[in-house]
Design a binder for this molecule. Structure first.
Ligand SMILES: Nc1ncnc2c1ncn2[C@@H]1O[C@H](COP(=O)(O)OP(=O)(O)OP(=O)(O)O)[C@@H](O)[C@H]1O
Ligand SMILES: [Mg+2]
Length: 151
């Protein structure tokens, strides 16, 4: 497993990392199956902020909010000749069974889909082995460590 980490000193720096990451992913489309990214980290660690950057990087002009009360939101995108979909899921209040009921198995088959789950540690049991793990931790008020673990 390969890992790389970044330390950001502002929310906008975290958004920039999200945008760069998303664009790097798109350059590898179509994927063999959906590209699943599991975001982990405490309340306020920066998961949703990172997702705002992911959406901006793909030119998705929709407001990305914590999907706590929506559970799942899907946004189509078209970037550098690649048409795809970004799905943002929040697993804070749900477990593996609920995620399967939301159609996770079918979503995972779509090779033009990027699926990002906040609180992915809550649904570990059904995360694909090939998923990318992204962990967020507080260093200080405005500093966060973002670690990417690639399968
Ligand atoms: N370097 C940084 N990176 C990301 N966010 C930061 C940073 N510095 C300060 N912040 C602030 O920290 C908060 C991060 O909140 P965010 O909603 O992204 O966290 P979260 O991990 O999604 O939390 P939750 O689990 O509650 O959904 C925001 O208010 C953001 O402005
Ligand atoms: Mg959040």
């Amino acid at each position: 497993m390969q890992s790389v980490f970044f330390i950001t000193s502002s929310a906008s720096a975290t958004r920039r990392i999200g945008a760069l990451f998303a664009r790097a992913l798109v350059s590898r489309m179509p994927f063999p199956r959906a590209c699943v990214c599991g975001l982990e980290g405490n309340l306020g660690a920066g998961k949703t902020t990172f997702m705002q950057g992911v959406a901006q990087g793909l030119h998705i002009n929709r407001r990305i909010i914590s999907p706590t009360f929506m559970l799942i939101r899907t946004f189509p995108f078209y970037f550098k000749g690649h048409a795809g979909k970004l799905t943002h899921i929040d697993c804070w209040r749900i477990g593996s069974r609920d995620l399967l009921d939301l159609g996770f198995s079918d979503l995972k088959k779509d090779s033009n889909h990027i699926i990002c789950l906040e609180w992915a540690d809550r649904v570990k049991a059904i995360m694909p082995i090939a998923s990318i793990r992204i962990t967020f931790s507080h260093i200080s008020k405005n500093k966060r460590k973002i670690t990417f673990l690639f399968p």
